[in-house]
Design a protein around this ligand. Sequence first.
Ligand SMILES: [Zn+2]
Length: 144
Amino acid sequence: MTDTFSQKQRSEIMKAVKSKGNKSTEVKLIEIFKSHHITGWRRNSNLIGHPDFVFPQKRIALFTDGCFWHGHNCRNLIPSNNAEYWEKKIKRNKTRDKVITKELSQKGWKVIRIWECEIKKGKIQKLIATNLFSGGESGTTKNA
Ligand SMILES: [Zn+2]
């Protein structure tokens, strides 16, 4: 089923893995893009906060947030040992996330944040909601 990647796509994925260490969530997301024919994404953006993916033509900045580091309530993994230290760190990340989202929005970017656990489960409603799936960079003006 997933054996439909071309040689070029494979090497893109491998590059993606190497550039930031083994980020399996990003690779999974790339697979989702491919399988839904979502194109126009770029990696390694120099935008504020370094979004994991950007869609320059649609002005969409996409972040994949690790559930632990960004404080998702899907699990309660804060080690009881040194809890205060971790909570502080995670709180700081969350504050930073908000600031980045706000700054990008002010510059006209639509910011999407997808949790690691959502990607792993293939829950991509957030992507569907942004019309990434509607395709056609040029905008279709077909009259039915
Ligand atoms: Zn989560």
